[in-house]
Write a protein that binds this ligand. Structure first.
Ligand code: LRH
Ligand code: MN
Length: 387
């Protein structure tokens, strides 16, 4: 790739940020409230628009239902457009209702399965109103003890709900099926790994794709292998980017393992899948439990951008030649040269070319927006997971 192409690819990069990252979040031990936190979906979108204003590459905001429920979704989409962003994936939520204690779409009780399915179908109605392409499905469904329920029967129930939802999709709409190894279930999880998600997507059809949440794997999992495999199969629909030291920590992407993020973006670039037209949705899925949320989102977007720039700098020809020659150290060296390249000067120039301040973090800090929202957002119910 020439320098010109690399800059063009970086200017065209699009990252989708999660509305819930701007609300209060925490762990089972404590959800810490922060001053200035949004109270409404509109205020979450206004904060997300700040991230795009300073990075230039985060023009899309994911919604989560019911956390972002409003009376008029078309009006919410216009509100977003007025602030330079658009509404992205619609996340269903069948993990926070007492009825879902033993599962949602996999629950032994058909009445509860129907209730969960109705929510999934409601989310497609919302997509029709927001103009969103993606229905993102993560199921907390699972069991805690051997024998608690029939593993195969739960797969049958899951497949049935996915089929009905899939058949409801419009021609340009997709299902993004997310897997997770464990939590909140601690014995079986009904969609625990990429293979299970992939198998369900194959049965559904072309409009069903897999989401890779980088925090949802067993320690030591080679995530870039899963990326390369699903790209080859044409079934990689999206990422939920974050990072972790232990489990589903939902920390800032690239914070815990920038080298892993680089290796993932290397597989994306190698497959020419960075372009927005590739159909891959690069989303963040994070919780800023203790750090200020908007700067944390800006930092996260920059971490993805830096990993992407390094991946774009890989000398693909030299790499292919070394691989073909069986030159193990040579091939590894080509990749490490790119990873060890300081891309910050290049990215400062790209931002200037985009008419942006070369240093988004300090530019945001200087903007006074943080102080403005603390002063304005007094009273009302701060947004959160409501768990
Ligand atoms: C589950 C998950 C899923 C979202 C939720 C906010 O752990 O990754 O993507 O619905 O976080
Ligand atoms: Mn996720």
């Amino acid at each position: 790739m020439t320098g010109v192409d690399i800059r063009a690819a970086l200017r065209a990069q699009q990252i989708e940020v999660p509305s819930w990252a701007y609300g209060n979040s925490g762990t089972r031990f404590k959800v810490f409230a922060q001053p200035g936190v949004p109270r409404t979906p509109e205020e979450k979108i206004a904060d997300a628009a700040q991230v795009h204003a300073f990075t230039g590459i985060a023009p899309i905001v994911s919604l989560h239902i019911p956390w972002d429920r409003v009376d008029d979704y078309a009006k919410l989409a216009s509100y977003a457009a007025e602030r330079g962003v658009r509404l992205g994936a619609i996340n269903a939520n069948v993990f926070q209702d007492d009825d879902y204690r033993l599962g949602s779409v996999t629950n032994p009780d058909p009445r509860i399965r129907r209730k969960a399915l109705d929510h999934l179908l409601e989310c497609v109605d919302i997509m029709d109103a927001t103009g969103s392409r993606d229905l993102k499905l993560w199921f907390s469904d699972g069991t805690n003890y051997p024998g608690q329920d029939d593993i195969r029967a739960r797969q049958d129930r899951l497949a049935e709900a996915l089929r009905v939802t899939y058949d409801r999709l419009g021609p340009d709409q997709r299902i993004l099926l997310e897997y997770k190894l464990f939590e909140p279930a601690f014995y079986t999880t009904d969609v625990p790994d990429w293979g299970t998600a992939y198998a369900h997507c194959l049965r559904l059809g072309e409009k069903a794709q897999v989401v890779i949440d980088t925090g949802h794997h067993a320690p030591g999992t080679n995530i870039e292998f899963i990326v390369a495999f699903l790209l080859r199969e044409g079934r990689l629909g999206a990422f939920d980017f974050n990072s972790r030291f232990y489990a589903d920590d939902d920390l800032m992407v690239g914070a815990a393992d920038p080298f892993q993020l680089f290796r993932i973006m290397h597989e994306i670039v190698r497959a020419d899948a960075l372009r927005p037209e590739s159909g891959i949705n690069f989303m963040l899925d994070q919780c800023h439990n203790i750090e200020p949320k908007i700067p944390a989102q800006i930092r996260s977007v920059l971490n993805v951008q830096e990993a992407t720039a390094k991946a774009l700098l890989v000398d693909a020809e030299a790499l292919a030649a070394a691989q073909a020659a069986g030159d193990v150290l040579g091939a590894n060296g080509v990749l490490m040269d790119a990873f060890n390249t300081d891309v910050r000067p290049l990215l400062r120039e790209v931002r200037e070319e985009m008419g942006l301040d070369p240093d988004p973090m300090t530019a945001y800090a200087r903007s006074g927006y943080a102080e403005k929202i603390v002063a304005e957002r007094v009273g009302g119910q701060q947004a959160g997971w409501g768990a």
